[in-house]
Design a binder for this molecule. Sequence first.
Ligand code: PMT
Length: 221
Amino acid sequence: RLKKSLGGKKILVTAGPTQEPIDPVRYITNHSSGKMGYAIARAARDRGAEVTLVSGVTNLKKPIGVKVVDIVTTEDMYAEVFNYFDEADIIIKAAAVADYKPKDVAENKIKKSDSNFSIELSRNPDILLELGKVKGDKILIGFAAETNDLLKNAKIKINKKNLDFIVANNISEKGAGFKGDTNIISIIDSLGSIKKYDKMKKEEIAEIILDKVYDLIKLKE
Ligand code: PMT
């Protein structure tokens, strides 16, 4: 099958987790391996797109022919995404971003004591929400990792964040979401139409997403 070309298009992809430091040795993060976002970056490169991959800390090999921008925290990701936003035609946000960070980062390692200990968290920016406000005629695609009310929550995110479509994965299903080589997704578009796909390799899911991006570009032309 001939793949739908994305030659001449600039795509910005985010992947992996963000890490929020507590002190010099500890941090808050999530289970994202980066596999989903890296698969999208490689597939977009293979279709001729110019790809920038803003990546959290992962163990994955940097894809050849992709500009990889490494970040650690959500604030870093926010800054780099907005660095590359202007030139991008398409933005795909597969990263799992920490919504909260420790309000204060301890300068020295926190010592244990016999009492309980709590960390006050403050809100991180919602990168996708901010992108949605300035999106213009760019194509903006989000992911939604949910454990319950998947479709309802995904629909809310599309509207609130001004997305062209959202890729929802129910991370409580076996073979879906974080870490593994497969995912189970539903794609919900801005008109509210929903398509659920069977369990597939993340590479195959990347192709489905990029086919849909291609169709959207053709519609807008
Ligand atoms: O990396 P893998 O191990 O392959 O796993 C893939 C994945 C499960 C991480 C991926 O498929 C996925 O679902 N990514 C989005 C995870 C997530 O953070 O979902 P969310 O529902 O919390 O966020 C919704 C969207 O807003 C996402 O596109 C996210 O990038 C974005 N967001 C969220 C919070 C925030 N502060 N800023 C954001 O931009």
